[in-house]
Design a protein around this ligand. Structure first.
Ligand SMILES: [Zn+2]
Length: 322
């Protein structure tokens, strides 16, 4: 009886802290990575500066520590020269080998660059896109835990942290022209750019459980169905499709790295919190404004979605034209 009591106690404690449950993203991982990536030490992570180099080293070190394989031959880095200013820059690519379809892929991407510093003020970009970069690391950690238990993905999952996004989607543009894997074998690019905040302008009752999804209706008729079925069984978020509308005046579909995959015909889904005003591209985009509860829910949903694409029978059909 006493043993049973202790087992129940341990189970309750692990549930309460949500730290290392095997099939969820750990909140502690999100906090740890974002505290580092959005710190002043990274100097705003502007492409081509020493600040972003610190972030690149951090990403490489973490992917290595977690046991992921380099995604560019022997290297985690895909180096390129920026189209303006001829600066050296790099994307960081890491992957987890699929069990049964190692030569088919699901890409999970986020940009790790931000705006840098102006007049001595650091733009930390905690939400943009510290939140997406952190999500890559935390989701990778969850997948590695699953793999160690024999429940790893059936297709290869490739994590790509792009640089140069804020300058004009440079890193993803270079990658889509020099891919490290065959793009016709990529089921989907799941792009994460800003998922850590609740938009202060959102006043609907779902403000604590929504996420915008963009791009899902453009190239594959299967994507929306998979997202909605999964959501109804898991997080039950409002999957807001407002920015997916072809006449969206903000042109959100064209404004982050997934668009360079879509241009090559790869189905995409972009996850986004909808922050257009407030602290967007302001030095106030700091970690204190992250809403951990909704951020954590969104990460768990993206983890589940990644696994469902990695483990379903087929690659997403490319049956729609934009
Ligand atoms: Zn961004």
């Amino acid at each position: 009886m006493k043993t049973l009591f202790y087992i129940v106690l341990i189970l309750c404690a692990s549930q309460f802290y949500g730290q290392k449950s095997n099939d969820t993203v750990a909140l502690s991982d999100l906090k740890r990575h974002l505290n580092i990536l959005a710190s002043d030490a990274m100097e705003g992570r502007e492409t081509g500066t020493p600040g972003i180099e610190k972030a690149a080293v951090y990403l490489e070190t973490e992917f290595k520590r977690l046991g992921l394989r380099p995604g560019n031959g022997e290297n985690f880095r895909q180096e390129y020269v920026t189209p303006e200013e001829n600066l050296n820059a790099c994307n960081i690519i890491a992957q987890i080998e699929g069990n049964t379809h190692p030569n088919e892929y699901v890409v999970v991407s986020a940009h790790y660059d931000h705006l840098g510093m102006y007049n001595g003020i650091i733009y930390n970009g905690a939400d943009d896109d510290g939140s997406g970069t952190t999500a890559l690391l935390a989701i990778a950690e969850s997948l590695m835990r699953l793999k160690k238990m024999g429940k790893g993905p059936e297709r290869t999952v490739v994590f790509i942290a792009f640089s140069g996004e804020e300058k004009g989607l440079w890193g993803s543009s270079y990658f889509s022209d020099h891919p490290t894997l065959p793009l016709d074998k990529v089921s989907c690019d799941i792009n994460i750019d800003m998922i850590g905040r609740i938009d202060p302008d959102r006043t609907t009752p779902d403000r604590n459980h929504y996420v915008f999804i963009v791009g899902q209706s453009r190239l594959s008729s299967e994507t929306s169905k998979i997202l909605n079925t999964l959501n109804s069984k898991t997080q039950r978020l409002t999957l807001d499709e407002k920015f997916d509308h072809k006449k969206d005046p903000n042109r959100i579909y064209y404004r982050s790295d997934h668009y360079n995959f879509a241009k090559k015909g790869v189905p995409v889904v972009f996850f986004y919190d909808g922050m257009l005003g407030g602290d967007y591209h302001e030095p106030t985009d700091d970690i204190e404004l992250i809403d951990w509860e909704i951020y954590h829910k969104r990460c768990n949903f993206i983890l589940d979605f990644t696994m469902s694409l990695a483990n379903r029978e087929n690659l997403l059909k490319r049956d729609l034209k934009e």
